[in-house]
Design a protein around this ligand. Structure first.
Ligand code: NIG
Ligand code: FE
Length: 436
């Protein structure tokens, strides 16, 4: 490691640093010894956690100004009368987790469906009988914005406490111009209230709403001609998403909607190959989507297409776990074949009521045979890449946001190992303490 590679000269030249963190037992920077690596990470780089022992780092203007061994840091930075410091007493420090796929704005929970699935009904049977996405749509449309905002804020606060500092939030339970915009407005306001970073995604193409059941073409036109233009005009989302399945939106329909959104300046992601092997991952790669998500049913052609692209494979093992099905996305195979893999919660009321990235890491390790190092890269720098944010968050590196966690552990592997235990004692965003 050269000290040059670990400092932001402009920040250091602008005067004394604001804050110094010392006494770190293990610091996982997520960056290799020789500087900042390109993202998304694949192959061997998916195991590169950039661990430094006896490390320290300095913060200036909410950004990381320098990272070094503790005894080197003081030679690199200027300490002023107002510089503060914290000794973390040998604890583990990680970058804040980035959760790149959630449906956090919803009203009622759907534990009745959970109960029914355990007794033998499937997700699709329950959806066909009036449950599923449509039941959340009916519920959301009838709820006040105040109530939805309160519920969303509480969920985001839980995520922040579990170490997620940046979260993607989708619409998709509105399925009308008015309610899709309302969901995105609520997501934006909730993110600001809770002080968690957000990327918002318009998922008006989550399902064809009941009132367009016999005229899906018209609903797709509504998305392309009304919803997406209104979303971009009001800067309510940075991205769009489509639930691409033979039983929901076809490949052709998905391509049309994604191209329309990209034409308006939105970036894209796709719910791909979750229920059927359909070639949706290839389509996502072809269209230059940020990510293809789910991928339980992806085949070798899909894996090859993703391996050749910069489209990140976002796998959602919480969904498989919560649905109680026995097929996992082939994360191990994808990693071994050169795909850039990331993890997310898919937090939603139907198929994944899990809001902790720590729990997702545990499931990824034991069920998909990702190593703890891969699970950590997939929950930080690669999930930041899946959102187009890897130059800002996802690693503890000079010039990046000072978004970091202090955990009451001395080894990062304890995070997935202690399934369900939250050992995060403090969370910082842009250098400011937001939990603890
Ligand atoms: O990502 N797959 C589609 N959408 C959600 C489920 C939504 C719901 O059941 O409410 C998912 O798993
Ligand atoms: Fe989803």
């Amino acid at each position: 490691m050269t000290s040059k590679a670990r400092i932001d000269q402009n920040l250091l030249d602008s005067g004394p640093v604001d804050h110094i963190v010392t006494g770190i037992g293990q610091l996982c920077t997520m960056e290799p010894g020789d500087g900042i690596a390109a993202s998304p990470r694949r192959g061997e780089m998916l195991s590169e956690i950039g661990a430094i022992t006896d490390a320290a780092f300095a913060i200036k203007d909410g950004k990381i100004a320098a990272v070094a061994k503790a005894d080197e840091l003081e030679k690199l930075v200027t300490i002023g009368p107002d510089t503060t410091g914290e000794d973390v007493d040998g604890r583990l420090v990680l970058p804040g987790f980035v959760d790149p796929h959630t449906h956090t704005v919803f009203g009622k929970t759907r534990q009745d469906e959970y109960d029914r699935r355990i007794k033998g009904e499937t997700y699709l049977e329950i959806a066909a009988a009036g449950g599923g996405i449509h039941s959340s749509v009916n519920d959301l449309r009838s709820r006040s914005s105040e109530n939805l905002l309160e519920l969303t804020c509480n969920r985001l606060a839980d995520m922040l406490e579990a170490g997620t500092t940046t979260v993607e939030i989708k619409s998709g339970y509105g399925l009308s111009l008015e309610d899709e915009l309302r969901m995105l407005e609520i997501a934006r306001e909730a993110g600001e209230n809770v002080n968690i970073g957000t990327i918002l995604t318009c998922l008006a193409a989550h399902e064809v709403p009941k009132e367009f059941k016999n005229n899906r073409e018209e609903y797709i036109n509504l998305i392309c001609q009304k919803v997406l233009p209104a979303v971009t005009e009001r800067s309510l989302a940075q991205r769009l998403d489509v639930f691409c399945e033979p039983t929901v939106f076809t490949l052709k329909e998905t391509e049309k909607i994604i191209k329309c959104g990209m034409g308006l300046g939105l970036r894209a992601t796709v719910h791909a190959d979750e229920l059927a092997t359909y070639g949706a991952a290839q389509l996502a790669a072809e269209l230059g989507a940020d990510s293809a998500d789910h991928l339980i049913q992806i085949d070798s052609a899909g894996i090859a297409a993703l391996a050749k692209s910069d489209t990140v494979a976002v796998v959602l093992p919480g969904t498989v776990f919560s649905l109680g099905i026995d097929k996992w996305a082939p994360a191990r195979k994808m990693i071994d074949q050169g795909v850039a893999v990331a993890l997310a919660t898919d937090f939603n009321p139907g198929s994944s009521p899990i809001r902790s990235m720590q729990v997702i890491m545990s499931i990824a390790c034991t069920q998909m045979k990702m190593t703890p190092a891969e699970a950590l890269v997939a929950s930080t720098i690669n999930s930041a890449s899946a959102l187009g944010l890897s130059d800002q968050v996802g690693s503890i590196a000079p010039g990046k946001c000072a978004d970091y966690l202090i955990l009451d552990y001395d080894d990062y592997r304890l995070v997935p190992y202690h399934t369900g235990h939250n050992s995060v004692v403090a969370v910082f965003r842009n250098g400011e303490q937001v939990v603890g």
